[in-house]
Design a protein around this ligand. Structure first.
Ligand code: SAH
Length: 254
């Protein structure tokens, strides 16, 4: 998969490319992150990328020509790139959106700056994307968020594919709580069930805790999640404020 990011700050992505999973994915050739400097596609000696807004008003806009020319250049490298533009009013970015993008071959991300971009740029755009209801000073941090979440969904990028399955949102629910050693720290104990070695009990506890966390923190997700008969039983306990022990006793699970 290849990303082409149209930006006036190509070095913004140096840090992103150099750490963790993203760095590994790039090294192994599974992904390319190619920032494209819009100033390289200007024609005047000042390499101007912005201009005043027609009709008046504060601030500047990114000019259309460097963006169209950079896009023409990308088209010489990629037949059918999927083009995103970062916009605060775009489709809200979420795990489902990230999954869809992870199926694409080449993705272009146009990063706005100043007051945004000339509206005619939209003629080459497939989707407008927002990372939330707040205003950033530019599209670059949004592009980093998008690329990071998409890259970890590319097959074989994560060494343990397992973590894709248990991550929050992957099955429509939030993740269960995790603990590592020591078994007791500053008076706080790891739940007994996790030390029991009983794998069936552990997986029931994890499911219970996923449902409980989702109910407490994001009840809206429960409406859309695909729930089993067992899940619904657990939720009956959770709605009544009962805990995992109550569920085990109530359902006669040893
Ligand atoms: N004038 C615009 C804000 C421009 S902010 C308005 O009134 O809404 C400058 C640039 O930052 C935008 O063009 C966009 O590319 C990016 N940006 C700002 N907030 C964003 C968000 N929530 N999600 C994605 N991109 C955003």
């Amino acid at each position: 998969m290849r990303f082409f990011i149209l930006t006036i700050f190509p070095n913004y992505f140096d840090c992103f490319k150099n750490y963790g999973i993203v760095r590994k994915a790039i090294k192994s050739g599974k992904v390319e992150v190619n920032p494209i400097n819009l100033r390289d596609f200007t024609e005047d000696k000042h390499r101007t990328v912005d201009d005043v807004v027609y009709g008046g008003g504060p601030g500047m806009l990114l000019k259309p020509e460097p963006i169209f020319k950079a896009y023409d250049y990308i088209k010489t490298l990629s037949k059918n790139p999927y083009v995103l533009i970062t916009e605060p009013w775009g489709r809200r970015f979420d795990q489902q959106f990230a999954k869809e993008l992870s199926q694409k071959e080449d993705i272009v991300i146009i990063c706005g700056r100043y007051e945004g971009v000339d509206e005619r740029v939209k003629s080459i755009v497939n989707e407008e994307v927002s990372i939330g209801d707040f205003i950033l000073s530019g599209g670059e941090p949004a592009a980093v968020v998008i690329m990071d979440s998409v890259i970890r969904l590319i097959p074989e990028v994560l060494s343990e594919e397992e973590s894709l399955r248990v991550d929050s949102f992957s099955d429509g629910l939030l993740g269960y709580p995790n603990y590592t050693r020591p078994a007791e720290y500053r008076g706080m104990k790891v739940p007994d069930v996790l030390l029991s070695g009983n794998h069936r009990l552990i997986s029931l506890w994890r499911r219970f805790m996923k449902l409980k966390k989702t109910y407490q923190k994001r009840p809206d997700l429960l409406e859309k999640a695909i729930l089993s008969v067992e899940d619904r039983k657990m939720l009956d306990y959770i709605y009544k404020g009962k805990d995992f022990e109550d569920y085990l006793k109530g359902e006669n699970i040893a």
